[in-house]
Design a binder for this molecule. Structure first.
Ligand code: SF4
Length: 478
């Protein structure tokens, strides 16, 4: 019996992209080496995996709900929420968000009645914010157009619900409604590629089609939801990306990557050539083989595109009060990255410090509706936050106001206390910005004392590095 592993290891849900709708038939050009051609082998594989799952599965709140909830719509809703949250996010992170979400909106009708601001607020910190918005849009649609009933089949789920792709549709249909349909996520991809020694690019149309076909062939007709969860659980806890626990694996006896490793070891020790049979395998192409990687030669790692570099200047505009300070937040546009979330005012980065400062102060004046002193603007350092496809650098400034500005704030701007900031729909990057600001020494009512640059240092200068070093020190370090 294997030791239980920490919840959250190896979460591999991908945010769903449109996947070509491939036929469940086995592609004719795939070699039998990558198939389960024998019905008896399929039956034994299912039995091994399910019996392991029954003993070793992690106790997760969405699993409890799916098992205990008698109402099919409530059950499907709870699976739907968990599957959307798990896309690109570790299980350990999701547990708290899921629990809070289900306490606040235990049924689809509750979510349909919530505002987007409330959804963003609860989602803050989980990333990929469009997921929460899509969930809420889906809840509206079910309540207003589908009579409050979630579609019962994978095809209809994918067709009718926003943000529900092929994987999520299959997961909801099999777990909540018992539809016999296989699923393929990142974990299942890894398990299947290893079990059937598939070494070609798992993102290619041929391999994608083959994996869905295998998943459909393997799914247990009596327990489809459990089987799909078992395959994902195996990938998350045993057949992990870098350190698979092969001796503890319930399907080791079916695993062709294990056999490939043994064969490669024999080839090395006996200095034999590879068998011609495997050289011609169409979805294998696991070349060059790396001896040190063993079974983790499968699946092939796709070439990663480096994230795009982007820079912006952001200002923590603070208004001092007799009891508590307040910060200016502005709302992002309703579409695009971090849509509808609140952040400190920002402008795109400029080439020179002087232009940067003027641009930033001009934007701040627009927000607060009054004059602001350029020379009081201090540069604090840089914060880097990596989104899925963007490496965003924020050059962080601060401007502290002694008095309340006279002008009225336009819509989409508001002053918040620190406590309100923490509870607001604010992205993680802005929380990092606030932490950098709070790591600075108090400068109440004072401009920078730097003799070289009364306005403080500019982006990229040595001072920034010093500031950042200070920021990363433990709070107790003097
Ligand atoms: Fe993965 Fe190892 Fe199990 Fe094969 S034997 S499926 S590589 S954990």
């Amino acid at each position: 019996m294997r030791k239980p592993r920490k919840a959250g290891e190896g979460s591999q849900r991908r945010e769903e992209q449109p996947i070509p709708d491939t036929s469940p038939e086995t592609p004719s050009q795939v070699s039998p080496y990558h198939l389960f051609s024998d019905a008896d082998e399929v039956t034994r594989f299912r039995a091994s995996l399910l019996s392991w799952y029954d003993q070793a599965k992690r106790d997760l709140p969405w699993r409890r709900r799916a098992a205990e909830e008698p109402d099919p719509d409530r059950r499907a809703y709870s699976v739907w929420v968990s599957e959307i949250m798990l896309q690109q996010t570790q299980v350990t992170t999701v547990i708290g968000y899921y629990t809070r979400w289900m306490q606040k909106w235990p049924a689809l009708q509750d979510l349909a009645g919530a505002s987007l601001e409330e959804v963003n607020q609860l989602w803050a910190g989980l990333g990929y914010y469009s997921r929460g918005r899509r969930l809420q849009e889906g809840a509206h649609k079910v309540v207003e157009e589908l009579g409050g009933h979630i579609p019962r089949t994978a095809d209809m789920l994918q067709k009718l619900l926003p943000g529900v792709g092929r994987y999520t549709a299959g997961a909801i249909a099999s777990i909540a409604f018992g539809q016999v349909t296989g699923v393929v996520d990142g974990n299942v991809t890894r398990v299947l590629c290893r079990v059937r020694a598939i070494g070609a690019d798992p993102g290619s149309p041929l391999v994608t089609q083959h994996l869905w076909s295998l998943a459909q062939q393997l799914v247990d007709p009596a327990r489809p939801g459990d089987f799909n969860q078992a395959a994902m659980e195996l990938g998350a806890t045993v057949c992990t990306p870098r350190g698979p626990l092969c001796p503890e694996c319930p399907v080791q006896g079916f695993c062709r990557s294990q056999k490939r490793v043994e064969k490669e070891q024999m080839v090395v020790s006996q200095r034999l050539l590879d068998s011609p049979e495997q050289k011609t395998l169409d979805v294998e192409e696991c070349e060059p083989w790396r001896q040190d990687l063993g079974v983790t030669n499968f699946p092939r790692q796709p070439a990663r595109k480096a994230p795009r570099e982007q820079r912006a200047a952001v200002c923590v505009l603070q208004q001092l009060g007799s009891e508590t300070s307040r910060f200016l937040l502005v709302q992002r546009p309703s579409s695009g990255l971090l849509a509808g979330l609140w952040e400190f005012p920002s402008v795109p980065a400029e080439d020179t410090e002087s232009v940067q400062r003027r641009t930033l102060v001009k934007a701040l004046r627009t927000w607060v509706g009054g004059p602001l002193a350029l020379r009081s603007l201090r540069c604090l350092g840089e914060v880097i936050h990596v989104f899925s496809h963007i490496r965003q650098t924020y050059v962080v400034y601060n401007l502290t106001l002694e008095e309340q500005p006279q002008g009225l704030l336009p819509s989409g701007a508001r002053w918040v206390t620190r406590a309100e900031f923490q509870a607001a729909a604010v992205p993680t990057a802005m929380k990092k910005v606030l932490r950098l600001f709070e790591g600075q020494p108090s400068r109440r009512g004072k401009a920078s004392k730097s003799p070289q640059d009364p306005a403080g240092p500019g982006p990229g200068r040595q001072r920034h590095q010093l500031t950042l070093n200070a920021f990363f020190k433990p709070a107790s370090t003097p």
